[in-house]
Design a protein around this ligand. Structure first.
Ligand SMILES: [Zn+2]
Length: 112
């Protein structure tokens, strides 16, 4: 989320990000939204291009990303452009296995 200009807040072991939601543009607590679901494409769960920051409302709330898939698909194609969307789709569908140790180190580095 560093690339999204979000700020990390730590309270004990709990970590939360605050920054601009990519969907509504409001500064709120953020979640990681996956363009291609991590359930269907677990190998793309940690792929940065497959993620964007979103607030709870836009991600999981009524009318949001998960509850309105038709709207969500149109929004992301509009945001990325049809060509970039298709490139990402191909990348996600052909992703190799996740190397968890390397991915964890990379994510920790991104959070500094
Ligand atoms: Zn939002």
């Amino acid at each position: 989320m560093t690339r999204a200009k979000a700020f990390l807040f730590e309270e004990g072991k709990k970590r939360s990000w605050q920054g601009e939601c990519a969907i509504c543009g409001k500064v709120r607590w953020l979640q990681v939204c996956h363009i291609f679901s991590q359930g269907k494409y677990p190998r793309a769960a940690f792929m940065p291009d497959n993620c964007f920051p979103g607030c709870w409302r836009c991600h999981l709330g009524p009318g949001g990303w998960h509850l309105e898939p038709t709207w969500a698909a149109a929004w992301i194609v509009n945001r990325l452009g049809a060509c970039e969307y298709e490139k990402l789709k191909l990348k996600v569908e052909t992703a190799g296995p996740v190397e968890y140790t390397t991915t964890r180190l990379w994510l920790l580095e991104q959070m500094k």
